[in-house]
Design a protein around this ligand. Structure first.
Ligand code: NAD
Ligand code: IPM
Ligand code: MN
Length: 330
């Protein structure tokens, strides 16, 4: 029986995760769910943003669905972002962030690419220190992590129609770290002659995400560049309410919408659940290898938006109306 650890987290996580769960339970009727805590409220209660029991529950289930956390923008003693804690503790090394046009919602149709973000190192090693008036951050790139993210990205590129893998880096000013990253991805791709590999510097790559989004098929990049590019790219789906993601490790996968806890709209029943629902579809695809089930959810979202996308754009439908609309199309 498939098992899923469910962590709504903070803010609108508590609204969009139950919505996504309703859709999942329709597609996977024998799904067993295990609730767990993670986030800021959890930190206030237990003094830790991700308790060990939560990490154990994710590993035991092998699959998790996470909403969002409200991280304070000041330093709080003992607090560490829940999502970063889970990515690192569970070695969720690949973050897949698909970007696809949606009917009515997207600024243009026919856009379909995938951002593959290295998820464990780079600037997220968080090696920062202060030396008098100088503050220093170290960026960590290893051969092992670069090879394995390269392997994931080239594998995914080989499964797609266009089979184009674009390495995004800044090896002109960071030849040691990004040079290693680029060379390792190329090494991983060498066994895939059917995949065309090209590369772009991150600055021009960002301009092309905006001006030529159809040029991309699969982008593979380091952690911070992937974080930034995926938010920019989400514009083409329709914004943060439509951007899904999944974190993949050897022992567990964790799906989460790209957006945060949206404190400005939390508790009002107006959060868009589509990013969470599309993240649930990624779980069906990557946790349980059920491609048919994943496509069923994605097509239900598309069919719903074809008929009701204008109403969603006009802000006429809240979380439960959108969820019911998608459920009807399943
Ligand atoms: P955010 O993604 O929470 O919100 C940005 C804007 O997008 C807001 O105006 C919000 O109302 C809107 N928005 C986001 N998701 C939406 C949805 N599903 N439907 C409708 N509108 C939506 O980012 P932020 O405001 O920069 O951060 C708020 C909090 O979330 C912070 O504490 C931040 O640290 C945290 N955060 C967490 C995650 C995560 O848990 N993965 C990701 C990003 C930000
Ligand atoms: C994301 C988020 C996280 C990140 C934050 C919340 C730590 O922005 O998932 O993109 O920086 O990776
Ligand atoms: Mn981000």
């Amino acid at each position: 029986m498939p098992q899923l650890c469910v962590m709504p987290g903070d803010g609108i996580g508590k609204e969009v995760i139950p919505a996504a769960l309703q859709v999942l339970q329709e597609v996977i009727p024998d799904l067993e769910t295990v609730p767990a805590e993670a986030g800021w409220a959890c930190f206030e209660k237990h003094g830790v943003s991700v308790p060990q029991e939560t990490l154990d529950a994710i590993t035991a289930c092998g699959a998790a669905l996470f909403g969002a956390v409200s991280s304070p923008s000041r330093k709080v003693k003992g607090y560490r972002s829940a999502i970063l804690t889970m990515r690192q503790a569970l070695d969720l090394y690949a973050n897949l962030r698909p970007v696809r046009s949606l009917p009515h919602i997207s600024p243009a149709q026919g856009i379909d690419f995938l951002v593959v973000r290295e998820n464990t190192e780079g600037m997220y090693a968080q090696r920062e220190h202060r030396d008098g008036d100088t503050a220093i951050a170290e960026r960590v790139i290893t051969r092992a992590a670069s090879l394995r993210i390269g392997q994931v990205a080239v594998d995914l590129a080989a499964q797609r129609d266009r089979k184009l893998l674009t390495i995004v880096h800044k090896a002109n000013i960071l030849p040691v770290t990004d040079g290693l990253f680029r060379d390792c991805v190329r090494e991983a791709a060498a066994d895939y002659p059917m995949v065309v590999v090209d590369e772009l510097l991150v600055d021009i790559a960002c301009l092309k995400v905006v001006s030529e989004p159809k040029r991309y098929d699969v982008i593979v990049t380091t952690n911070l560049f992937g974080d930034i590019i995926s938010d920019v790219a989400s514009y083409w789906a329709g914004g943060m309410g439509y951007a899904p993601s999944i974190n993949i490790g050897r022992d567990a996968v964790l799906a989460e919408p790209v957006h945060g806890s949206a404190p400005d709209i939390a508790g009002q029943g107006i959060a868009n659940p589509i990013a969470a629902i599309l993240s649930a579809a990624l779980l069906v695809r990557y946790a349980w290898q059920n491609e048919e089930g994943a496509v069923r959810i994605e097509e239900a979202v598309r069919a719903f938006l074809k008929t009701s996308g204008q109403d969603v754009l006009a802000g006429k439908l809240g979380t439960s109306a959108i969820t019911d609309g998608v459920l009807k199309q399943l």
